[in-house]
Write a protein that binds this ligand. Structure first.
Ligand code: PMV
Length: 330
């Protein structure tokens, strides 16, 4: 069996504006992980070899791959995930890796994907699953892909998840390091001058990023001048935050988070649940708070003094958060 894992992530500053070319900051969250196991399944090879649908022609070999993703109740041969016009993202990862590696025949395989990253919650579960699968599959066939190759392959699948992704999720998750990210530019690592503590609160509401990104695009198309000003303000905040983080002077960081959240509210990607958790975190003594990721649900983050972390985490749970994680950014 070949196993690989990838962490979750949070966006500290700059989500949505990053799709329009402005900078954003993101960090990995290693407390949550996606894992992919690839097993050569010789015992069921003969059985798996039987075509499941006769009319699939050359796609018949896909019946030799079985995918299990118990977290989403998915237990299917690969070909069943290829029947729709848009392939299932899990199937797309496999096809892309095989095409990239030039693999056209193989023994029966079982690919099992598990994850502790909440789905559709702004913690990068889709990208982490892709990265874990790419690493496990390529290693299983004896290939070592570098991070650039893994990142490019994961980005292809992000397009299925998000429509027009900036690429920030797959980048921070592939490199598993804090990043300063600008779409289409070479990756820049974010140096953290002094560690700081973040509490992550999950509203428990699943909200597909594709929808919020699509709605922001509709706003932008209606009045580009107006919304580009908002994106530029978000970009400036991300740049100021980078300076604060790199210099180790994180005093102003909380205020920058609050300002970023206000701009995300203007973009209509917050929600009453997110706003409530953000307010509660501030009331419990956080230095600042904002939604993180696509919004409308999913997660929010709060910057806290380490000694206040537990207090803010339990205030979030009292306020209705389904989960609260404390993570140190270093
Ligand atoms: O996957 P999420 O929900 O963390 O969102 C990614 C961040 C966005 O800026 C909203 C979209 C993108 O592609 O950058």
């Amino acid at each position: 069996m070949t196993t690989a894992s990838a962490p979750g992530k949070i966006i500290l500053f700059g989500e949505h504006a990053v799709v329009y070319g402005h900078p954003a900051l993101a960090v990995p969250v290693t407390q949550v992980q996606a894992t992919a196991d690839v097993t050569t399944d010789l015992a069921t090879d003969a059985e798996a070899n039987k075509p499941i649908k006769k009319d699939l022609g050359e796609k018949n070999w896909h019946s030799r791959i079985f995918i299990e993703a118990p977290d989403i109740g998915l237990f299917f041969p690969l070909e069943a995930l290829l029947l729709d016009q848009t392939p299932h993202p899990l199937a797309a990862v496999i096809i892309n890796v095989f095409q990239f590696l030039g693999i056209t025949s193989h023994p029966a395989l079982k690919i099992r994907v598990t994850s502790t990253i909440p789905i559709a919650s702004g913690l990068g579960s889709g990208a982490a699953v892709s990265v874990a699968m790419i690493r496990a599959l390529s290693a299983h066939f004896g290939h070592t892909l570098d991070n650039e190759q893994i990142n490019a392959l994961a980005y292809e699948t992000e397009k299925l998840h998000h429509g027009t992704p900036s690429g920030i999720d797959n980048t921070v998750i592939t490199y598993a390091r804090p990043v300063y990210f600008v779409k289409g530019k070479p990756i820049e690592t974010l140096r953290v001058g002094r560690p700081f503590t973040i509490v992550i609160g999950n509203t428990g509401i699943r909200a597909p990023t594709k929808e919020s990104v699509g709605d922001v695009r509709k706003l932008w198309e209606m009045d580009k001048k107006r919304w580009e000003k908002v994106f530029a303000k978000v970009g400036t905040i991300a740049q100021q935050a980078r300076k604060a983080i790199e210099s180790g002077k994180s005093d102003g960081l909380g205020m920058l988070m609050d300002e970023n959240h206000t701009l995300l509210q203007e973009l209509a990607v917050s929600s009453p649940e997110l706003d409530r958790l953000v307010s509660m975190a501030r009331a419990a003594g956080a230095d600042g708070a904002k939604l993180s990721g696509g919004g409308r649900g999913g997660n929010m983050i709060a910057l806290v003094k380490p000694e206040r972390a537990e207090l803010v985490a339990s205030a979030l749970i009292t306020a209705g958060a389904k989960q609260a994680l404390i993570t140190e950014i270093s």
